[in-house]
Design a binder for this molecule. Structure first.
Ligand code: ATP
Ligand code: MG
Length: 406
């Protein structure tokens, strides 16, 4: 398989006099694969005994998305010796007497942040740069003090006010950077079927960003792709094997004045079944419940087979009460944009199936909307209203492992 013209530019970039390369655009458009190959060849062609950084969201995602594919490239094995050391998260590449080390870092791993502060680099590749904290990216760049060092970035579009677009994409001249914009057509290996599958995975703002490659702000209904038929099932269509699915969790959004919601969720590997919900709205009921009462309600809702409970991380007192009662609780990961992106993609793929016995959650699918004013400032979040079940669902989805979304 050859390369597209855009990809060939990535291979030529090291010899064009630029200090940085920025590739942004659609998913599956061939950015990461060609960039990591070009990065490795450049490092080996121009340096010896140097350290390089390959950064992604997490070390695990760099292993899966960059190292494993690189290790499968026959051309590299024909010309170099590649040795990946899992324990040190380091790829050692050598040829003749020349040797370089490529260290893996995760922009969201606390440990990576500390480790990268102490290292001297000849180059850094930031995969999905827009999903990393700015402080991590800047720390990584600041470590590049070897002569001839270059920065390599790639990302998918986000909000137009995103710092990475404002600082790098709109001003490549400030950094002597080459900017290349990728579309799915720039990947010569993308089959029509795969392309269609990705087009079906995204809708609304995510479609514009990830399929069309545009930096657009989020507005309107968040899960516009939710379909009352394709994403729901009737209680009498409950899967007979539901009781046997061991991957069950209850996800909780906790409120004192606001409603409290529990969702009973089963993961069969193929589908995520949101089977039942609990709702207590203290305003409507004119009575607030105590943490003990809520904990009692949760144990009753759970029934005879204990399962993991994922709770709104801000509900410290409720978490403490549940733990006192012997419940296994995980405080939820509250990364809002990431959780929404993941949930939206599972809804589009119809992986998420909601029982009609969950009217609050189904109702919120139509009322969970982007905060348009915040979005114009570059901050993406839902309007905090009619969002309780949707938040509980997001907490659950954020607890799933990354590979589920890759
Ligand atoms: N020239 C090529 N020859 C063969 N396969 C290719 C080529 N370019 C890309 N691919 C394959 O296409 C798939 C998508 O490419 P890649 O991961 O580089 O895209 P991406 O733009 O980084 O996508 P995302 O934004 O989703 O991370 C990968 O499996 C990759 O190996
Ligand atoms: Mg990529």
């Amino acid at each position: 398989m050859g390369f597209s013209e855009k990809q060939r530019q990535v291979l030529r970039f090291p010899y064009m006099g630029y200090d940085a390369l920025i590739c942004d655009g659609a998913v599956r458009s061939g950015k990461t694969s060609v960039m990591s190959l070009s990065f490795l060849l450049w490092g080996m062609g121009n340096f010896r005994n140097c350290a390089f950084a390959i950064c992604g969201k997490s070390v695990g995602s760099v292993e899966r998305n960059i190292i494993t594919p690189l290790l499968a490239v026959q051309y590299l094995h024909d010309h170099f010796t590649l040795q990946y050391n899992r324990g040190d998260h380091m790829l050692l590449v050598s040829r003749g007497g020349r040797e370089n080390r490529f260290y893996l870092f995760g922009g969201r791993d606390e440990a990576s942040y500390t480790l990268i502060q102490g290292i001297t680099l000849a180059g850094v590749l930031l995969d999905e740069a827009a999903l990393m904290p700015r402080s991590f990216v800047e720390q990584a760049l600041a470590r590049c003090s070897v002569d001839g060092a270059k920065f390599w970035f790639n990302c998918n579009p986000e909000n137009p006010m995103h710092w990475f677009r404002q600082e790098w994409i709109l001003h490549p001249e400030r950094h002597n950077a080459l900017h290349l914009h990728f579309l799915m057509d720039d990947n010569p290996a993308l089959s029509a079927a795969t392309r269609r599958r990705y087009e079906n995975t995204y809708s609304g703002v995510f479609y514009e960003r990830y399929v069309l490659g545009r930096w657009v702000a989020a507005d309107g209904v968040i899960y516009s792709v939710f379909d009352e038929t394709a994403n729901t099932y009737r209680p009498d269509q409950r899967r007979p094997d539901m009781a046997w699915i061991s991957d069950r969790a209850i996800s909780v959004d906790y409120g004192t004045a606001n409603p409290t919601r529990f969702l009973d969720i089963y993961d069969s590997g193929e589908y995520i079944w949101v089977d039942r919900e609990y709702n207590w709205d203290s305003r409507k009921e004119h009575r607030q419940k105590t943490d003990q009462e809520y904990a009692g309600d949760l144990l009753a809702f759970m029934g005879d087979s204990p399962c993991t409970v994922i709770v709104d991380p801000s509900a410290a007192s409720f978490i403490a009460e549940l733990r006192r009662q012997g419940v296994y609780v995980i405080p939820a990961e509250n990364d809002v944009p990431d959780g929404i992106r993941k949930t939206a993609s599972l809804i589009s793929q119809r992986v998420i199936q909601i029982c009609e016995a969950c009217p609050c959650l189904i109702g919120e699918m139509g009322t969970y909307v982007w905060d348009e004013k915040a979005s114009l400032r570059g901050e993406e979040k839902p309007v905090k209203q009619n969002d309780h079940s949707a938040d509980a669902l997001r907490y659950y989805i954020n607890s799933l492992p990354d590979w589920r979304f890759e």
